[in-house]
Design a protein around this ligand. Structure first.
Ligand SMILES: *[C@@H]1O[C@H](CO)[C@@H](O)[C@H](O)[C@H]1NC(C)=O
Length: 212
């Protein structure tokens, strides 16, 4: 019996790092992001998945309960795609990925980040549509998606975001009409310039996807 217990303890000890990795979903989500990115400047070098949580990793900030609240990878020369696992960062407040070389679509799972205050994806090469799921980001104050290659129309769900203070979708390839409901009447025209919009929405007269 004694050797068996010894071996069991040895096994647990040797596997503890893996055990802790598999029980930290936020660390897993960030490590999945790392595996998608090409990182020539090694800004993600400290992202060691064998640590108990990701709170000591550079460019990651946690609250006092060891939940990830910030991801700061703006201007980091990373390229690659974003994946659905980012939607598992349930406590994230700031998603800062601006001025990189990110490609592919914006995952609709980002709409699950219900604590998000700021999403900055500007100055990348993101394509596809702005996810309708962003209408669920009830805490969102800042949404900057400008200078990408986004297509389609602005989802009307964004007009439900009553806390939204700053929206910038300029310099994309968006079409349709610009919403006039909700906070949209307070956003300046510069937030929409250099797209293929047909003009402001004329409710009932012109559909929101007119010209798409
Ligand atoms: C960014 O990465 C590329 C390689 O993809 C490299 O050639 C370039 O020097 C890097 N730029 C900076 C500012 O570090």
């Amino acid at each position: 019996m004694a050797p068996f217990i010894f071996l069991s303890l040895l096994f647990l000890f040797l596997h503890y790092p893996l055990l802790s990795l598999s029980t930290n979903p936020e660390g897993n989500a960030l490590h999945a992001l790392r595996s998608r990115l090409f990182d020539p400047n090694n800004v993600l070098q400290s992202w060691d998945p064998t640590l108990v949580n990701p709170c000591t990793w550079f460019h990651v900030t946690c609250d006092s309960n060891n939940h990830v609240i910030r991801l700061d990878l703006g201007n980091s020369n990373v390229s690659g795609t974003l994946g659905p696992e980012l939607g598992q960062l349930q406590h994230l407040q700031f998603l800062e990925l601006y001025r990189n070389d990110l490609t592919g679509k914006i995952p609709e799972e980002l709409g699950n980040l219900k604590s998000l205050i700021s999403m900055d994806l500007y100055d990348n090469k993101l394509e596809g549509k702005i996810p309708k799921s962003f209408g669920k980001l009830k805490s969102l104050k800042f949404l900057r998606l400008n200078s990408n290659k986004l297509t389609g129309s602005i989802p009307r769900e964004l007009t439900h975001l009553t806390d939204l203070k700053i929206l910038d979708v300029s310099n994309n390839d968006l079409c349709g009409t610009i919403p006039v409901e909700g906070n949209f009447e307070s956003f300046p025209m510069e937030s929409f310039e250099n797209n293929r919009f047909s003009g402001p929405e004329l409710k009932g007269l012109v559909p929101y996807d007119f010209g798409c």
